[in-house]
Write a new protein. Structure first.
Length: 256
């Protein structure tokens, strides 16, 4: 496992790993980074020419990707260190520190709210979605991704991941969106494409489980597994509306 803190964009120091936050530029994190990047790339066209709020921007790479085509992107995060990093590393993103429980944005001010891999961390998901609806202009778009509870914490009501407060299945996410006043335009799932399914087969049936086994054991990474993980690209993932319950991450597009 890499122990160095790599330099981020524009020479900014990279944020350290927390056990949950995914950051670019770390070899053993590449699978997770590319998995998240794939969702941003799939959803980015909704942000073209738009004023975008990323509610929970994390390291900032996603907000920066959206800013390539958006009119303006505001990256919101509660953590002061994270917000300072985003401001330094991604000058194309306007950075604001604030609480997702009460978005520091006036009513009807944004065209798109992006919330990728965040809602599973929130205690008041219903209240957060109402806040998203409030800050969106009429007809604005909410983009959400989140781990699929059925595959991420199989057979459990409480998350396996200690950083998560509540995970959702597809029908549960759709219900929350509708209850908050949204119309769900797309509900699908992100999963492995053909090349990743081949890597699954080559690593005992699941390249995810192979990575977790190394993390739990603390053993050095097998060379073949590390090579496989570092070779993963965003194009190795696919988003589909078919068999959502079998997906790895849920992907939703909803309109206010």
């Amino acid at each position: 496992m890499s122990t160095e803190t790599p330099a981020g964009p524009d020479g900014a120091d990279q944020l350290p790993l927390t056990g949950e936050r995914t950051v670019p530029g770390i070899d053993v994190e590449n699978y997770w980074f590319r998995r998240h990047e794939a969702a941003y790339l799939h959803l980015a066209h909704h942000c073209a020419g738009a004023v975008v709020l990323e509610a929970g921007c994390g390291e900032g790479y996603g907000a920066d990707l959206l800013a390539r085509t958006a009119d303006r992107v505001v990256g919101l995060d509660y953590d002061a260190t994270t917000a300072a990093h985003v401001a330094k590393a991604y000058p194309g993103v306007r950075t604001v520190r604030g609480n997702l429980a009460a978005l520091p944005v006036r009513t009807g001010a944004v065209d798109v709210v992006a919330n990728l891999q965040v809602i599973e961390h929130l205690w008041d998901q219903e209240g957060f979605l109402l806040e998203c609806h409030r800050v969106l202009r009429p007809g604005g778009v909410l983009l959400v991704t989140t781990p699929n509870r059925i595959t991420f914490s199989p057979g459990r009501d409480t998350p396996l991941n200690p950083f998560h407060t509540r995970e959702l299945a597809g029908a549960e996410l759709a219900g929350l969106l509708v209850d908050a006043g949204f119309t769900v335009e797309f509900l699908g799932g992100l999963g492995h494409g053909p090349r990743l399914r081949g890597l699954d087969a080559a690593h005992g049936g699941s390249i995810i489980d192979a990575q977790l086994a190394v993390a739990v054991s603390g053993d050095p990474w097998p060379a073949d597994l590390l090579a496989a993980v570092t070779s993963v690209t965003a194009a190795d993932f696919a988003v589909s509306a078919e068999d959502v319950d079998a997906s790895l991450d849920l992907v939703a597009v909803a309109r206010a």
